[in-house]
Design a protein around this ligand. Structure first.
Ligand code: UDP
Ligand code: MG
Length: 160
């Protein structure tokens, strides 16, 4: 219906963003959600969730041979996480920029990790690294009925 929305749909991507257990314990959930909300991305799914070990292992399966893998699984399952699905044009790369480098000491000020974290093993947030992984991870962490498609009133004020 709105021409700018239809034009944008071709480029629309989805990314899986997660506030890790340290972010939840430190009271950073609202702050982290705000960064994506204010940027202008569309929230499609959101829940507080205690991650089972099997899911953590599946999510991080590409890292299973790394020496830090067991500690990573302990970390991700150590308390509730906040799972989010965000949609937008270029949202995958843009979210990675908002999140900052994996090592918070290398993350630029202004990024979530640059502003809010000090250690790679406690870097408060996850973001998918490709559109393919965005789809894979959203399907892994959410059931179909947990995702909403909606048009926010601000849509025409975000894209010309
Ligand atoms: N990680 C770690 N030690 C390392 C590298 C990574 O504990 O040397 C953890 C860290 O929590 C990181 C996650 O494993 O966020 C996944 O690693 P990846 O390289 O995919 O970084 P990301 O995509 O999260 O920036
Ligand atoms: Mg990664």
């Amino acid at each position: 219906f709105l021409p700018h929305l239809v034009a944008a749909m071709e480029e629309v991507e989805e990314t899986y963003i997660m506030v890790k257990p340290d972010g939840v314990q430190r009271g950073l959930v609202g702050e982290i959600i705000s960064r994506f909300e204010k940027k202008g991305f569309l929230l499609k799914g959101l829940k507080l969730f205690q991650c089972p070990k099997e899911l953590a292992e599946e999510h991080y399966k590409d890292l299973k041979d790394k020496p830090f893998f067991p500690k990573l699984i302990d970390y991700i399952t150590s308390g509730p996480v906040v799972c989010m699905a965000w949609e937008g044009v270029g949202v995958v790369a843009s979210a990675r920029k908002l999140i900052g480098a994996t090592n918070p000491f290398q993350a630029e000020p202004g990024t979530i990790r640059g502003d809010l974290a000090v250690q790679t093993g406690r870097n408060v947030v996850h973001g998918s690294d490709s559109p393919e992984n965005g789809k894979r991870e959203i399907a892994l962490w959410f059931k179909e009925g947990e995702l909403c498609s909606w048009v926010p009133v601000q849509a025409p004020w975000l894209r010309e």
